[in-house]
Design a protein around this ligand. Sequence first.
Ligand code: FHN
Length: 445
Amino acid sequence: MNSQKKILLFLICFLFINTFHSHGQSTEIPKEERLAWFKDAKFGVFIHWGIYAVNGIDESWSFYNNYISYADYMKQLNGFTAKNYNPTKWAKLIKESGAKYTVITTKHHDGVALWNTKQNDLSVVKKTPAKKDVITPFVKAIRKENLKVGLYFSLLDWSHPDYPNFTRTKTKYKKDDKKWKSFTKFNFGQLKELSKFNPDLYWFDGDWEQSADMWKAKEIRQLLLKNNPNTFINSRLQGYGDYATPEQGVPITTPLSEFWELCMTMNNSWGYQPNDTNYKTVNQLIRILVDCISMGGNLLLDIAPKPDGTIPEEQTKILKGIGRWTNKHKEAIYGTRAGVPKEHFNGYTALSKDKTTLYLYVDNKPNGPLLIKGLKNKVNRIWVVGNGTKLSHKVVGKQYWSNVPGMLYIDVPEEVQDKDVTVIAILLKGKVGLYREEVKAIESN
Ligand code: FHN
């Protein structure tokens, strides 16, 4: 074979290897299939539970930022009892809230594992009065409620002796291949242990401190998907994830990723902090959920259990309050897709998966009939979601000779309005069609 043919053969092989095995994703079940339930779920509950609840201080960050010494931070191990931990009660409350999935911290940046890891001794099993694995019973209780389970795992571990970083002002080492190899073996060991729980999703955190190569992110992805080809990963694996995870700030513009989830605290703290009484109201949180739904995303709302395993009363009330609304408006939540551009309706909207029903979310008291502009479809029926009342409506301003749609006005009597967000369903003739052209001057009547 002459040298030209050899070069051509090499190039073909190189292209094949790089095209079909970069990220290893071409051999994976398509993302749309793996994340189908996630796209429909819309609402999840995040759980930050750890020793940081004992003093009610920032999770891991309090020692990283030198607000407390590491030694004093770790003394919180002695206060983590889980003596009133009732995972079944947690699972039922999460179900009642209308959440379809939950994500629990298995290990935060402080390195304290909540399951019986065999990779080291830093766990609530070996180092706290709890003396038990709290993840296994939680996963079991969640599955019993037919909810999906996600496991949060911090890639970085500021406690581990072989991990280079420690606090904002101290590092254990700058570069040490032997130590880093040892830490990588530790991380993979813990990830293999977590894969045994067969979670529906992995919620990585802390990826910002190292590169994809250093984390061996590609190998982590391959390990987890080999263990369960239907699982998926959040964005925090240095480019090897499946969906975007905006945090705390409600997106202003619709995220570019088709799959995304806003994670948010109920007050301003991820962990239990009794001094943080700055809770968002149920009404505010429902409207945040509606905002995410209207943009085609999910809300992952955090709760922060106390050291004994009880969920703070304020947080229980909020989950129940959200559950009232989600239970009443199921059809306008689960399985919906992003709504129509704001020019057509001055508020939040969403569409049914088949695009034949348009949902309007009204988070205020209308001064008059609602207005929808530029809707090409004829309307079959309009009703109030959650109580079925049919609503009177009419089209105004449609000129027989013009293709510009008329303006659809819908009356919403006070008695059918929801105390938080009223949802109106519009059953269209066919799939939604929107007039998006420029309205021109008239040349003949
Ligand atoms: O550093 C963590 C933080 O403590 C918390 O766990 C949040 C939750 O998404 N994630 C990281 C900050 O982005």
